[in-house]
Design a protein around this ligand. Sequence first.
Ligand SMILES: COc1ccc(OC)c(-c2cc(C(C)=O)n3cccnc23)c1
Length: 121
Amino acid sequence: CVLKLKQQKSPLNKLLEHLLRFLEKRDPHQFFAWPVTDDMAPGYSSIIHKPMDFSTMRQKIDDHEYGALTEFSDDFKLMCENAIKYNHVDTVYNKAAKRLLQVGMKHLQPENLMRSLKPMS
Ligand SMILES: COc1ccc(OC)c(-c2cc(C(C)=O)n3cccnc23)c1
């Protein structure tokens, strides 16, 4: 049988996987770990037309769907903004999304990348 050579991870994919783990650690309740369903959130799919969550972002990394850091950052922003849009301002989800967005955008700035990558170096 022909051994399927393990696909070499590109430098971008290694960076995105590290950033994803860094961001997931800032979602301790795992509110952003999986897709939000209409069962959990009434009317969600009629209000949020481009859902996003960490598991989908991980799948996109594995499928090499991100060609640049900006595309990864755009999905992260979309995920947080969906939660800010759907959930009332006084909910745990809205507050968690605003906090996560702030932390995430700080560390996704190219000039700050090294700060979140230090353990890797
Ligand atoms: C209470 O435990 C969980 C567990 C997983 C969740 O999303 C994956 C959520 C969740 C996550 C969200 C978001 C992110 O909008 N949400 C909105 C309404 C009701 N529930 C949620 C809550």
